[in-house]
Design a protein around this ligand. Structure first.
Ligand code: ADP
Ligand code: ZN
Length: 647
C-alpha cells in the first residue's frame, strides 16, 4: 500500500492522507470519500504511512497529471501571500464542478470565420517590436490612450505566440467579455475563440477548460478564473485593463488578478503584457522604476483628436432640482438632431439612492445593514449589499404616506430624458443586463441607431466602439470622489478618461461635459486628460506624502460580530495587544467601518501599513492567535492584503 497527500477544495487546510495500491503522480486528480461525500481533489505527492487508519482513493481521474508542479507551486504561493489555507485557496480559484469534470468527447472543431486583416500603424508596430514573444519572464505595460489600438497589438502578439506552437491566455474584466471582442478576435484569427467565464454557461465553460488544458485550443479568453486553467504549453499572458478594480477578488482568497498573473508568468518564465489607458498608480510606479517595461501609445489610431472637455459647476445649475445640467440637455438635442450618438454616464443604478418621509424625514433603511434602501421605479426597495427587499407603504415612524427621493439613479435619468427625447433612450445597467444576450441586444439596438442616447453605469464605460458617438455627459462623479478610499481620486480620473474615451473615436471630435459640485477639484483640470503622465505627476507625490501604496503595503483587518459591544471590545483588545507587540509597524484603528453593520453583523476595521512582507505576515498570524474563539456570538477577523475595498 502507498500513501498520498490529497488536496481537497474545502474551506480548510484541505490536505489529507489517502491510500492507494498504485502509484499516483503529483498533480493528478483523485476522487476520495470525505465527510460522507465524494469529492475530487488533487494529489500533491507521496506521504509517510500515517499512524491512523486512512481510507483509500476511490478513483484516479487522470493518467497523466492535469496540474503540473508549477501550477501547484503557484497555488501554494497564493495561499501563503494571502494567508489562506490551501484547501480554501483551491476552492476559491477553481470551480469544484469543473475540477470533477471530464473532457468533452467531441473533437475540437472551432468554427472558421472570414479574416479581415488590418495593417498596424507605425506607433503600434514600434510597440509590437519591443515585445519579443519568445523572451523569458518580462512584464510589459502598454500605456495607450483610449482608441490607440492596444487590442490590435495583443492580436498580433497572439498570432506570433501561436506560430511558435505555444498557448496564450488573454484575460479581460468580466464586463469587457463582449460579443464585440469575440467577433473582432475571430475576424483577425479566422476562427471562433473559446470563452471561459460564468455567463457562457457550464457546458461551454467546461469545454473551454478542457480544450485549453489539453492544448487543443491555443488561445483562451476569460475573466479572473481563466488564469487557473492548467495550460499545456503556455507562452504568454495578456491582461487588458490592468487597472480594473474587479480584478480584485473579494471572496477568499482575496487575490488581485494582475499581481497573481505577473507572479505566475514569473514562475512559468514567460512574458506578460499588461495594458491600460489609465494604469493604476502602483503599476505606473513599477513601470517608472523599471520593474515593468513601459510602452506608450500617446495617440489614437485614426489620428482622431482626443475629446475636448467642459466642466459644469452644478452650484450654478439649480441643483438638485435640475439633476442634469442645461448645457448637457442642449448638447443631447444637437446630437440627436445631427444623427450622432451620446452616452450619459451615472454610477448608480435604480431610481433613487434613498427614500424618505416628507413629513418627518425618516429614511428607509435595510433592516440588516446600516445602508438606506435603493429605490426602484416599480416601487421595490432593495438593499444593494445584502439583497433584502421591501415595498414602501407608510412611514414606520409618523405614518405619513408622502415620500421623496434623494440621489438620482439611472432609472430616473432614463425617465427624465425620455420625456424630453421620446424613444431615443436605451438604458444599460446591472439590473437591465442579466444575460449576455440582453447586453448584445441592447448594444446592437444602439449600434444600429434605434436610439441615439445610451444611459448607463460602468457597463458602458469600457471597450465600446460606436463610430458616430460624439458626446458624453458624466453625472454623479462626485459620488466617487467622496468615498473614504485612498484610490477615490484615481477612480474618478480613470472613469472620466475611460468614458470619455468612447467619444469621437473616428473622424469627428468628441465632446465631454462633466457636471460637479466641486469644479475646483484637481481631476477636473482638463490637462490631466491630454497628457499620459500628468495624473501620475499629481497622484504619486500625494501617495508618498500620506504614505499609501506604492510607498507602503496595506493590509486591512475586518472584525465582525453579531453583538456590537463585543465586536468593538474584541477589535480594540486585539489591536492594542498587537500594537504593544509590533512597535515598528503602523497599525491604524480600530474604527467603525464606513458600513457599520452589514448582513446583521457589526463591523470594525484596522489598517496595517508596512513595507515588510514578513512583518505583515507575522502580525496577521499573531492577530488570529489573540482572537478569542467563542462558541456564541463569535467575533471573526477577515484579512485583506492589498485591499481595494474600504467600506
Ligand atoms: P484601445 O483598446 O487602445 O482602446 P482598440 O484596439 O479598441 O483601442 O482600437 C480602436 C479601434 O481602432 C478599433 O475599432 C480597432 O479595430 C481599430 N484599429 C486599431 N488599430 C487599427 C489599425 N492599425 N488599422 C485600422 N483600424 C485599427
Ligand atoms: Zn442589507
Amino acid at each position: 500500500m502507498k500513501f498520498f497527500e490529497v488536496l481537497l477544495p474545502i474551506a480548510a487546510d484541505g490536505v489529507f492522507t489517502y491510500s492507494s495500491h498504485v502509484y499516483v503522480l503529483p498533480g493528478a486528480r483523485a476522487a476520495v470519500r470525505f465527510n460522507n461525500r465524494d469529492i475530487v481533489g488533487i494529489v500533491l505527492g507521496e506521504a509517510a504511512e500515517p499512524a491512523f487508519h486512512c481510507s483509500e482513493i476511490s478513483m484516479i481521474l487522470d493518467e497523466l497529471p492535469l496540474f503540473d508542479l508549477t501550477w501547484l507551486n503557484f497555488l501554494k504561493e497564493i495561499a501563503e501571500y494571502y494567508l489562506t489555507p490551501l484547501g480554501s485557496t483551491l476552492f476559491g480559484v477553481l470551480s469544484t464542478k469543473i475540477l470533477a469534470s471530464y473532457p468533452p468527447k467531441r473533437p475540437y472543431e472551432p468554427k472558421l470565420t472570414t479574416i479581415a486583416p488590418i495593417e498596424l500603424s507605425a506607433e503600434q508596430k514600434a510597440v509590437l517590436d519591443e515585445i519579443p514573444p519568445d523572451s523569458p519572464f518580462c512584464p510589459h505595460l502598454i500605456h495607450g490612450v483610449t482608441g490607440s489600438g492596444k487590442t490590435e497589438i495583443y492580436i498580433e502578439l497572439i498570432k506570433k505566440v501561436i506560430q511558435m506552437g505555444k498557448q496564450v491566455l488573454y484575460l479581460v474584466p468580466e464586463i469587457s467579455l463582449t460579443p464585440q471582442l469575440f467577433s473582432l478576435l475571430s475576424a483577425r484569427l479566422g476562427y471562433t475563440i473559446p470563452a471561459f467565464h460564468f455567463r457562457v454557461g457550464y457546458t461551454a465553460r467546461s469545454a473551454a477548460f478542457w480544450r485549453f488544458a489539453r492544448g487543443e485550443a491555443s488561445l483562451i479568453v476569460g475573466a479572473r478564473s481563466a488564469l487557473f486553467i492548467p495550460p499545456k504549453n503556455l507562452g504568454m499572458i495578456i491582461l487588458d485593463e490592468e487597472h480594473e478594480k474587479s480584478y480584485k477578488q473579494e471572496e477568499t482568497p482575496s487575490y488581485h488578478l494582475r499581481d497573481m498573473a505577473v507572479l505566475y508568468a514569473k514562475l512559468r518564465d514567460i512574458p506578460i503584457v499588461l495594458g491600460s489607458a489609465t494604469p493604476q498608480t502602483e503599476t505606473i510606479a513599477n513601470a517608472y522604476s523599471g520593474k515593468y517595461l513601459l510602452h506608450r501609445l500617446p495617440h489614437r489610431v485614426f489620428g482622431a483628436a482626443m475629446p475636448s472637455f467642459n466642466i459644469i459647476d452644478m452650484k450654478k445649475e439649480q441643483y438638485p432640482k435640475k439633476f442634469i445640467a442645461e448645457p448637457i440637455i442642449q448638447e443631447l438635442a444637437k446630437t440627436v438632431e445631427q444623427d450622432q450618438q451620446a452616452i450619459i454616464f451615472l454610477n448608480r443604478k435604480g431610481y433613487a439612492a434613498s427614500l424618505y418621509c416628507k413629513v418627518c424625514g425618516t429614511v428607509q433603511y435595510c433592516p440588516n445593514c446600516s445602508v438606506p434602501y435603493t429605490v426602484y421605479k416599480n416601487g421595490n426597495l432593495v438593499c444593494n449589499y445584502c439583497g433584502s427587499f421591501s415595498k414602501y407603504t407608510l412611514c414606520p415612524i409618523c405614518g405619513a404616506s408622502e415620500t421623496s427621493f434623494a440621489g438620482v439613479g439611472t432609472e430616473r435619468i432614463e425617465e427624465y430624458l425620455d420625456e424630453i427625447f421620446p424613444n431615443e433612450i436605451i438604458r444599460i445597467d446591472a439590473d437591465k443586463v442579466r444575460s449576455t444576450g440582453k447586453l448584445t441586444e441592447l448594444l446592437d439596438d444602439f449600434g444600429s441607431k434605434k436610439a441615439h442616447i445610451l444611459v448607463g453605469t460602468q457597463f458602458i464605460a469600457k471597450g465600446l466602439h460606436f463610430p458616430d458617438l460624439t458626446f458624453v455627459g458624466i453625472l454623479g462623479i462626485d459620488n466617487i470622489l467622496s468615498l473614504p478610499d485612498f484610490r477615490a481620486v484615481e477612480r474618478g480620473y480613470q472613469l472620466i478618461a475611460q468614458i470619455s474615451g468612447r467619444a469621437g473615436r473616428e473622424k469627428k471630435c468628441g465632446l465631454i461635459h462633466i457636471q460637479t459640485l466641486i469644479p475646483e477639484h484637481p481631476i477636473f483640470n482638463v490637462d490631466m486628460y491630454n497628457s499620459q503622465s500628468s495624473f501620475y505627476d499629481y497622484e504619486l507625490p500625494r501617495r508618498e506624502k500620506f504614505v499609501y501604496p506604492p510607498y507602503t503595503k496595506l493590509c486591512r483587518l475586518l472584525f465582525a460580530g453579531s453583538d456590537e459591544d463585543k465586536t468593538r471590545m474584541e477589535a480594540f483588545r486585539v489591536c492594542e495587544t498587537l500594537k504593544r507587540e509590533f512597535t515598528d509597524i503602523a497599525l491604524l484603528g480600530p474604527v467603525q467601518a464606513p458600513i457599520a453593520r452589514l448582513n446583521k453583523l457589526y463591523r470594525y476595521t484596522a489598517l496595517i501599513k508596512s513595507n515588510s512582507n514578513k512583518n505583515i505576515v507575522s502580525l496577521i498570524k499573531q492577530s488570529r492567535m489573540i482572537l478569542k474563539k467563542e462558541k456564541t456570538d463569535p467575533v471573526s477577523i477577515r484579512v485583506d492584503r492589498d485591499p481595494y475595498y474600504f467600506m
